[in-house]
Design a protein around this ligand. Structure first.
Ligand code: ADP
Ligand code: MG
Length: 238
C-alpha cells in the first residue's frame, strides 16, 4: 500500500525553482532516505510533505487523500527537526504532551502515551527536567518522543543526528533503526551521512539540484550507481 505519493511536485521561491517535478510513491512502512548535497532541496521537499512549506505545483497525497491545502496538524504526520525545537521553559513531559493537549486529547491518554514513548526511548528518568538540563542525545530522544506520542501514520526527519558527536550519532542511528523495526511507521529521513543512508534505508533517493538523480535500494545504488554523482554520494568504488 502507498502511504505518501508525490506527483510532479514543484517548488519555486519567487523566480527560483528549487524542486523540479518530483515523483515518488512511498510505501506504507517504508523507510525512505533523501540524500544529496547542501542546497539540493532535501529540506524543502520534506517541509512540503509536512505542510510547513507551500507546494508550488503537483499533487501530494497522504493516506490516499490530497493534502496540498491541509495545514500540518491535519496531515497525520510528525516531523523531527535537526535543532530539536523543544520548548525551553517546559519540562520534558510537558514538551511531549504539548501537541496532544493542543488537540484536546484526554489527560489519561496523554499520560499513557508519554509514559510509553519515554519507556521506548529510555527517557523516563528525565521527564521532569528542562531541555537545558539534558545532553544533545537526550534532547534528540525527547524530540522523537514528541513525534511518537502523536501516533502519526508517518514520521519525517530532517538531519536529526547532525548536531550530535560521532559516538552519539552511531548510538542514535541504531536507536532509530530499532524504533523503526518496532513501529514499522512510514518514514522519510533526510541526511547527508552516507552511513545513515546505507544502514537505515529501504530505498534511497539521491537528489541533485532539485531533481531525482537516482532512486533505489541501498545496495543497488552502491553497485549500480546511475552516475558519478550518485557513486560519490553513496561511496561506491569508482
Ligand atoms: P537542503 O536541505 O538540501 O540543504 P534546502 O531545501 O534547504 O536544501 O534548499 C534548497 C534551495 O532552496 C537552496 O538553494 C536554498 O537556498 C533555497 N531556499 C530554501 N528556503 C528558501 C526560502 N525560504 N527562500 C528562498 N530560497 C530558499
Ligand atoms: Mg536541509
Amino acid at each position: 500500500m502507498t502511504a505518501i505519493t508525490l506527483r510532479q511536485i514543484r517548488k519555486t521561491y519567487s523566480s527560483l525553482q528549487v524542486i523540479h517535478d518530483i515523483d515518488i510513491a512511498i510505501a506504507s512502512g517504508e523507510f525512505l532516505v533523501l540524500v544529496g548535497p547542501s542546497g539540493c532541496g532535501k529540506s524543502t521537499l520534506l517541509r512540503m510533505i509536512a505542510g510547513l512549506e507551500e507546494i508550488s505545483g503537483g499533487i501530494l497525497e497522504i493516506g490516499g487523500k490530497v493534502v496540498n491545502a491541509l495545514p500540518p496538524s491535519d496531515r497525520d504526520i510528525a516531523m523531527v527537526f535537526q535543532d530539536y525545537a523543544l520548548y525551553p521553559h517546559m519540562s520534558v513531559r510537558e514538551n511531549m504532551a504539548f501537541g496532544l493537549k493542543m488537540r484536546g486529547t484526554a489527560e489519561d491518554t496523554i499520560d499513557r502515551r508519554v509514559s510509553h514513548a519515554a519507556d521506548i526511548l529510555k527517557i523516563q528518568p528525565f521527564l521532569d527536567r528542562r531541555p537545558a538540563q539534558l545532553s544533545g542525545g537526550q534532547r534528540q530522544r525527547v524530540a522523537m518522543g514528541r513525534a511518537i506520542v502523536r501516533e502519526p501514520s508517518a514520521f519525517l526527519f530532517d538531519e536529526p543526528l547532525s548536531n550530535l558527536d560521532a559516538a552519539l550519532r552511531v548510538e542514535m542511528r541504531l536507536e532509530i533503526a530499532k524504533l523503526h523495526n518496532r513501529m514499522k511507521a512510514t518514514t522519510v529521513y533526510v541526511t547527508h551521512d552516507q552511513v545513515e543512508a546505507m544502514t537505515l534505508a529501504d530505498r534511497i533517493v539521491v537528489l541533485n539540484a532539485g531533481r531525482i538523480e537516482q532512486i533505489g535500494q541501498p545496495l543497488d545504488l552502491y553497485h549500480r550507481p546511475a552516475s558519478l554523482f550518485v557513486a560519490r554520494f553513496i561511496g561506491s568504488p569508482t
